[in-house]
Design a protein around this ligand. Structure first.
Ligand code: ADP
Ligand code: MG
Length: 146
């Protein structure tokens, strides 16, 4: 990963605000992966991001459904959570790989637990790594991956 920059946030509001601002700088056709332990703040990051593209959709963890789609903003956000994925084949059955053709992607893709689908995200993407520094402090590292 090529590290682009990092920020430290002091509470969940700051993480959401950072993601909200970031969302305003990106267009459609961008894939993000979100890496971090349970409770790191990946879903809060998505919440802020979805707000930033102008959607009022309620963001929840798609832990059981694997995919939530948020409409109502500049473009749709496809939010995957691979935590409970049982196999890569299950992701392939979902049509997961169709989301990684950047030329035809009509929105933004965000993937929690990309480690579960290692090798399937085969397009250039932005990697967001969230490290827990203390109860309320997080280091958010933004990088690019080819
Ligand atoms: P994940 O999706 O990574 O499992 P969530 O976003 O669901 O994590 O939950 C993160 C938890 O950590 C929430 O309870 C949130 O309030 C808390 N939290 C505390 N400080 C922060 C911070 N700086 N950024 C994000 N979340 C934080
Ligand atoms: Mg989550």
């Amino acid at each position: 990963m090529d590290q682009l920059f990092s920020v430290t946030t002091n509470n969940d509001e700051e993480t959401m605000l950072f993601a909200e601002k970031l969302a305003k700088t990106v267009g459609k056709g961008v894939v993000f992966t979100l890496i971090g332990d349970l409770g790191a703040g990946k879903t809060h990051f998505v919440k802020g991001f979805v707000k930033g593209i102008g959607s009022n959709s309620l963001v929840t963890s798609p832990t059981f459904t694997l995919l939530n789609i948020y409409e109502g903003g500049k473009y749709p956000v496809y939010h995957f959570d691979m935590y409970r994925l049982s196999s890569k084949e299950e992701a392939e059955e979902l049509g997961f790989d169709e989301y990684f053709d950047l030329k035809t992607l009509d929105g933004i893709v965000m993937v929690e637990w990309p480690e579960q689908v290692e090798g399937l995200i085969n397009c250039p993407h932005i990697e967001i790594k969230i490290e827990k520094l203390s109860d309320n402090q997080r280091k958010i590292i933004v990088g690019s991956k080819k």
